[in-house]
Design a protein around this ligand. Structure first.
Ligand SMILES: [Mg+2]
Length: 295
């Protein structure tokens, strides 16, 4: 019984994450028409392809459903086996994931990135909302499993902090379905679970962004323009906190900030889905996203 609810929450988060990912992905090749689609709230034409955000989130979801927690060795192999070079991964994944598939040690390969500091790209945070959804009733388990899932590919402490922020955000979004928080209350509650560092400082800065346009907040906090977790997650949490009860508006607002839009929208979509539930994700949007593989 409990397992079914956990699974249902996980699938809702994955639905929101993948729809956000596939939606945001449309806006890269068409910088000039962002304003057009966005101003008219006109959905991008055609079928929306999802990217690495969704594929890696599916891997996490499968591991949770199979083992009821994150098992790092299994997750690393799942990432490697599901690697699809056409899905826009971060540069280091193209060299590392095929080597892991051939049996090399993920700890060594990912630990050696960036002079041995590990990556602080936003890849650990973009795929983690299902972790927050699955363990939504126990924030300690959210933090623990978000950390484990991040470390497989992103061993820098900032990447872990970003993953914790998004996963805890998803969990709090679920917990407050019936008792919504004010935007800054949401961020304040979330921040207490995030380790000290640049991500946490960015979240504190997000608390100061009251009565500001989303585009201005994106400029101030960063919307993933540098593809780092530090300049992605604070903006994402700000967007999610402001539009937690409106899936469509949350994503329109998020994409309006530009930057790393498949990823910002994947994070926001995953968090907001935990609050609005499966029924809060419009069918029209779901049918625009290419179908997900069986999980
Ligand atoms: Mg992507």
């Amino acid at each position: 019984m409990t397992m079914d609810r956990k699974k249902e929450r996980l699938m809702e988060a994955l639905e929101g994450l993948s729809v956000g990912d596939a939606f945001g992905q449309n806006f890269f090749d068409a910088r000039k028409i962002i304003g057009g689609w966005e101003a008219k709230r006109e959905l991008p034409p055609g079928i929306w392809r999802y990217t690495d955000d969704t594929i890696t989130a599916i891997s996490i979801a499968e591991i949770l459903l199979e083992y009821d927690r994150v098992i790092q060795d299994e997750l690393a192999m799942r990432f490697a086996q599901s690697f699809d070079p056409a899905r826009g991964y971060g540069p280091s994944m193209y060299s590392t994931l095929p080597r892991i598939k051939r049996g090399e040690d993920w700890r060594v390969l990912f630990g050696s990135l960036f002079g041995g500091e590990g990556s602080f790209g936003n890849g650990a945070a973009m795929r983690v909302a299902p972790v927050g959804a699955y363990f939504a009733k126990d924030l300690d388990l959210v933090v623990e499993n978000a950390t484990l899932s991040a470390q497989v590919t992103h061993q820098h402490p900032e990447a872990t902090a970003g993953a914790i922020a998004v996963a805890v955000g998803a969990a709090i979004a679920y917990q407050t379905r019936q008792t919504p928080l004010k935007p800054n209350e949401f961020i304040e509650e979330l921040v207490t679970h995030v380790p000290e560092g640049d991500v946490k400082n960015g979240l504190r800065q997000a608390l100061e962004c009251n009565n500001m346009e989303t585009k201005a907040v994106a400029k101030l906090l960063g919307a993933g323009h540098r593809i780092t977790v530090q300049d992605t997650v604070p903006y994402v949490i700000w967007c999610a906190s402001r539009y937690l009860n409106d899936f469509e508006e949350a994503l329109w607002q998020t994409v309006s900030g530009g930057g790393d839009m498949d990823t910002t929208c994947a994070m926001v979509g995953g968090i907001v889905a935990c609050h609005v539930g499966g029924d809060g994700i419009p069918n029209k949007w779901i049918s625009k996203r290419e179908p997900l593989p069986d999980i």
